[in-house]
Design a protein. Structure first.
Length: 286
């Protein structure tokens, strides 16, 4: 009995060391479940039919034109909302429509809550175990970046899947969701013009910005409407909102007071009539 106890203790120690060598916010990769061609969604393990639950999965993308400029970096915020749920997850994949090959490059800032990995030739971005718990329950958000391929590879689709779990640690009673974003390349002859036009849509300075100064924003509005800005932390929570009000002028120059904002990395989201029209990363320092 004593030898058995020692053996079980050693097994437990080895398991613990293996777990912590991976990192407390990591876990084994289980492959892609984005709903892309050749993949199931989260329902592949958790059952059910995607998008039949009462929740909402959204992807706020930095550019709302439905295009990408080769080599440009795009910011994204994934949000999954479902009442009374306190455990959420997501995974995303970018594929060329011609050949279904992974394209572009995912990157992250919050390594505790998000991660990037490969499964065979495909590249993914997803939550980590530390990035799955919602406190308070009801919704959770994650941020990531996608760098477009260096050259025009034709149409690209971003496949996104999400899971709202009940924290029962089984595969029953969960709800899965799927979302796709289709991106077309800007014509290579006019790509530089397209890049300048997109940059004009939403620019901000200084960046990094000091917590004791104002953030200057220049934005081109696609139509009239109520303009707002929301400063989000990297957990997706709104740190501060700025209501600019109804606007009829298409070009706006706005100063946002960031006095008292703690130093860190944030996302500044612009909305028009409560619909996202722009998303930019901003760094605030003392």
């Amino acid at each position: 009995m004593k030898k058995l106890s020692i053996f079980l203790f050693l097994i437990a120690v080895i398991f613990s060391l293996s777990f912590w060598s991976m990192g407390p916010c990591d876990s084994p990769y289980v492959g892609g479940h984005t709903g892309a061609p050749g993949e199931t969604g989260c329902n592949g393990c958790h059952g059910g039919t995607p998008n039949t639950g009462p929740g909402i999965l959204t992807l706020a993308w930095a550019d709302t034109t439905g295009h990408y400029v080769p080599g440009q970096l795009y910011d994204a915020v994934v949000t999954l909302e479902q009442a009374a749920r306190d455990k959420f997850g997501f995974v995303a994949l970018a594929l060329e429509d011609n050949g279904n090959s992974s394209t572009g490059q995912f990157s992250i800032d919050d390594t505790d809550r998000t991660r990037t990995y490969s499964d065979g030739p495909r590249k993914y971005v997803s939550h980590t175990p530390c990035g799955a718990d919602a406190v308070p329950p009801g919704s959770l958000s994650w941020t990531f970046h996608w760098e477009a391929p260096a050259t025009d590879v034709g149409p690209v689709t971003i496949y996104l899947a999400g899971l709202a779990a009940d924290h029962s640690h089984n595969t029953f009673g969960d709800d899965s969701y799927e979302f796709v974003l289709h991106l077309s390349p800007v014509d290579t002859v006019t790509s530089m013009k397209g890049e300048r036009l997109e940059n004009m849509r939403f620019t901000l300075y200084p960046n990094p910005a000091s917590a004791g100064e104002s953030l200057n924003v220049r934005i081109l509005l696609p139509h009239d409407g109520r303009l707002q800005f929301h400063l989000l932390d990297y957990a997706g929570h709104t740190f501060r909102s700025f209501d600019i009000g109804e606007n009829t002028m298409r070009e706006q120059n706005v100063m946002l007071d960031i006095a008292g904002v703690t130093s860190g990395v944030y996302m500044l989201k612009s909305t028009l009539d409560e619909k996202t029209i722009g998303l930019k990363k901003v760094v605030i320092v003392y």
